[in-house]
Design a protein around this ligand. Structure first.
Ligand code: SF4
Length: 297
């Protein structure tokens, strides 16, 4: 028997909590592809899937997962698609999969900017209930050094629009990104912005530099110095200590030397105690050995 195949190009990433979602490619690669630390989509040029290809895939999904309830649209930032294009896709999802309850995708902060709150509300109405944003930090010097292409004020403006439109969002905080000596500033600046927003999940990932990234070259020539591991734990502690919103903390990725999860504010004291213990008892060289053993995210 020949099984029908879905169109997937290049690297496919999805958040761990989307493990039960049906994946559907609507873009591949990243429109920006300039963040210095990133090696996620290297070698894959950005491409929008033609509507005919999306419909072919939906036909296959309709045959094999006719009751699919959650769809996750793949690519580094499908939310870059215009409002009209996203509405077209949302209409197709409803047409092919009437039992679908919701869909989500990754987005860059800058992808939200061209969309009005009214348009975002319409997308929410069409079952877009969640997007994942690699925010990394709200520390402007770090955002600039890493070529993220936006500043803290943009984060605040654009994510506030999601709050207003009722679209839930999860953000990634990239622990260690500022390099040695920058962690506390990065954490304080980020907490300051997040305290004015409503992220559903703050997903803390710890920077792990791979040879395909531009940052690797800076590391090699000594122009970038990695944040030591204990400093990174102090950075996370500072972030959590300074957050005064209700949110979920996920810090249990392979890149995290000390796995932590919890709900703020309920679990704040417990998480801070866990971090204090790890800071007091973990030898730096052991944490670094762990970091060096991470060969893939
Ligand atoms: S971090 Fe995200 S936005 Fe930046 S280059 Fe990588 S995939 Fe693109």
């Amino acid at each position: 028997m020949i099984y029908p195949q879905l169109h997937f190009d290049g690297q496919i990433w999805r958040p761990p909590y989307e493990a039960n979602s049906q994946l559907l490619q609507v873009t591949s690669g990243c429109t920006w592809n300039m963040c210095k630390f990133c090696s996620l989509y290297h070698g894959t040029p950005f491409r929008m899937s033609p509507i005919s290809e999306i419909e072919e895939d939906l036909n296959v999904i309709r045959q094999w997962q006719p009751r699919a309830r959650r769809l996750y649209l793949t690519g580094a930032n499908p939310f870059v698609l215009s409002y009209n294009k996203l509405m077209d896709i949302a209409i197709l999802l409803r047409k092919y999969l009437p039992d679908m309850v919701s869909f989500g995708m990754f987005a860059r902060v800058t992808d939200i900017a061209p969309k009005s709150v009214e348009e975002l509300k319409n997308l929410r109405h069409m079952k877009l209930d969640n997007i994942n944003i690699g925010m990394e930090t709200a520390h402007d010097p770090t955002l600039e050094h890493m070529n993220k292409g936006y500043h803290a004020l943009d984060i605040l403006e654009q994510l506030s629009k999601l709050d207003e439109a009722g679209i839930r969002y999860n953000i990634v905080y990239l622990n260690g990104l500022g390099g040695k000596g920058q962690g506390i500033e990065s954490a304080v600046a980020t907490a300051d912005v997040l305290n004015r927003l409503n992220p559903f999940i703050v997903n803390i990932v710890s920077l792990t530099i791979f040879p395909e990234s531009r940052l690797y070259k800076e590391l090699q020539d000594g122009t970038y110095i990695e944040e030591p591991e204990i400093e990174r734990l102090i950075e996370i502690k500072t972030l959590i200590n300074n957050l005064n919103i209700k949110t979920n903390i996920l810090s249990n990725h392979i890149s995290n030397t000390v796995p932590l999860t919890g709900i703020l504010p309920k679990d704040k004291a417990t998480i801070l105690r866990q971090l204090d213990k790890a800071i007091a008892e973990s030898p730096e060289h052991e944490l670094q050995a762990y970091r060096n053993s991470v060969w893939h995210l």
